[in-house]
Design a protein around this ligand. Structure first.
Ligand code: ME8
Length: 518
């Protein structure tokens, strides 16, 4: 049985249309899931929408819809985007799904059985925008004396009877968890933030609401719905069949990776492990908090009107150009900025002009001059072995960087290998050898085909459609790491008599939208 790998994104609030930050998170998780599948792991990948809470209830009321009607309409934008971005999820979970109600109520009952839930009166500050409670000491004052959360959103004084979770009891167990598992929270910045927060002391958490009813009902407590984060976090367990231990999906728990944005680290690295400890459920192995995508260096917000629509960007530049740009340009874990110019420049430099050009000129030359037959081994030269060794080394670097989630570093290594191929072509000049030294030309072209195939397999998780097309052109169906490690494939392909058809370019040269003809 192969090793299991369960990866999740945050589930997104569908109270507006998806923005590029949501797209970024799905794309990063998708690349990791695809990479893990290539590595031979039994992968489960879940994404979805987080549909309860006061925010959705309020928006629905404003539009004269039921919360469920609004949730159905808005969630579809997110699942459509996931499909359009080529996100290879196994389940798109919606927190309105029936099995999710069952899972949320089951974890609630387990926490209650442990004695960790009690009824009391909550009085304190709540941010509807963040769906979060804050302590007085965390607040700042905004314009006109409005109190603001650490995320800069307005908070309101809330007072109601609610269930409390004994979070305070888990302060030491959480600190012990962080100490024993230095990689539980990554990157370092997020880890330090969380440790500092927990060291500062934890107060019990209000986990139910009575002022609205758009949520999962608290078992045996009429009038109470669960605080949206209790149900939201439980989505990860729902996806593994919880509480049914006999479920075929139960084997995926505990999750290997919860990929989230840095603003929700506290929920995933403090509340979630505390709930799980209370319910006596094993803890996920890692929470990784990625950075924020900024629009030309600016935070996106509805009020400034600079919220970028990822679907518009893919319509203009293509899905793979956007995927490549986001993963190559942003140091994974840090914030990163995008602009149309930056996407076009990066996609043209790396994909169209470097990798695309390498593949296109090599494969079309073979199609035209060798009737598509893969070149025979020919007369070798140390430069050939050197290039292939460079590709192998880049492959090792790529795989180890990807494994440790240094996605941009993996792509840097990949790009260095592409450059090495282009340098090799310039020096070996195979087109000139056609008349003078065909035997040597065969060796050069054969070396290039091997390199192109390996480079395409490596980059497949990042740009699945275009790298897949190159592998189709080469007649290569095996696309995992085992295929990469198989050095006999080329001779087998030559022997099989495979012939390349005249390839069409896979990476169009992009033109900036304003410059494009209407
Ligand atoms: O927080 N750049 O949902 P959400 C990068 N429902 N990532 C961004 C971003 C940006 N500009 N803006 C948001 C929620 N994100 C909860 C999660 S999980 C059990 C519940 C990320 O729609 C954000 O950090 O506000 C989060 O990981 C995800 O998008 C969904 O944010």
């Amino acid at each position: 049985m192969s090793e299991r790998y369960y990866i999740t994104t945050a589930i997104h609030y569908p109270n507006g249309k998806p923005h590029i930050g949501h797209a970024y998170e799905m794309i990063a998780a998708d690349a990791i899931a695809r990479f893990q599948r290539q590595a031979g792991r039994d992968v489960r990948f879940q994404t979805g929408t987080d549909e309860h809470g006061l925010k959705i209830a309020q928006t629905a009321r404003a539009r004269d819809l039921t919360p469920r009607q609004l949730a159905d309409e808005m969630s579809a934008y997110f699942s459509d985007m996931a499909n359009d971005l080529n996100i290879s999820y196994d389940r798109f979970i919606r927190t309105v799904d029936a099995d999710h109600y069952a899972a949320s109520q089951a974890i609630w009952e387990a926490m209650e059985a442990k004695g960790d839930l009690y009824l009391d009166r909550y009085e304190g500050w709540y941010s509807v925008r963040d769906e979060a409670f804050y302590e007085e000491k965390e607040l700042t004052e905004g314009e006109g004396g409005v109190k603001l959360s650490p995320q800069g959103t307005p908070v309101e004084w809330t007072a109601e009877e609610t269930w409390f979770f004994r979070l305070s009891k888990y302060q030491q167990p959480l600190l012990d968890l962080y100490a024993a598992n230095p990689d539980f929270i990554r990157p370092e910045r997020s880890r330090n933030e969380v440790v500092k927060f927990v060291e500062g002391g934890l107060v019990d958490l209000s986990v139910s609401r009575t002022s609205f009813d758009w949520g999962v009902p608290v078992p045996n407590s009429p009038g109470h719905v669960m605080y949206v984060w209790v149900d939201a976090l439980t989505n990860y367990l729902t996806g593994t069949g919880y509480p049914d231990k006999g479920s075929a999906l139960a084997r995926y728990w505990p999750a290997n990776l919860h990929l989230i944005g840095k603003d929700i680290t506290r929920f995933h690295a403090v509340y979630w492990p505390a709930f799980l400890m209370s319910a006596e459920i094993p803890l996920p192995k890692q929470v990784f908090a990625h950075g924020f995508i900024l629009n030309r260096g600016e935070k996106m917000s509805k009020s400034t009107g600079n919220v970028a629509d990822p679907m518009e960007l893919t319509r203009l530049y293509g899905v793979d150009a956007l995927r490549y740009f986001l993963l190559r340009e942003v140091a994974f874990g840090n914030d990163g900025s995008f602009s149309d110019e930056a996407i076009v420049t990066r996609a043209n430099a790396d994909l169209a002009n470097s990798f695309g050009n390498l593949a296109q000129r090599t494969l079309s030359f073979i199609a035209k001059n060798l009737e598509g037959a893969l070149p025979e081994t020919g007369r070798g030269d140390p430069a050939d072995a050197e290039l292939l060794a460079t590709i192998d080394e880049a492959g090792r670097e790529f795989r180890s960087a990807f494994e440790s989630l240094a996605l941009n570093q993996a792509l840097e290594a990949w790009m260095r290998a592409v450059f090495a191929c282009n340098q090799y072509i310039d020096v070996q000049a195979p087109w000139a050898l056609r008349k003078t030294d065909p035997d040597r030309m065969h060796a050069v072209l054969g070396t290039l085909v091997r390199a192109i195939r390996d480079l395409a397999i490596l980059v497949l998780p990042v740009i699945p459609e275009s790298a897949g097309k190159i592998l189709d052109q080469l007649g290569q169906d095996a696309r995992d790491h085992a295929a990469l490690d198989d050095k006999g494939w080329y001779d087998a392909a030559v022997t099989s008599g495979f012939r390349l058809a005249l390839p069409t370019g896979v990476f169009p040269r992009l033109v900036l939208a304003e410059e494009a003809p209407a």
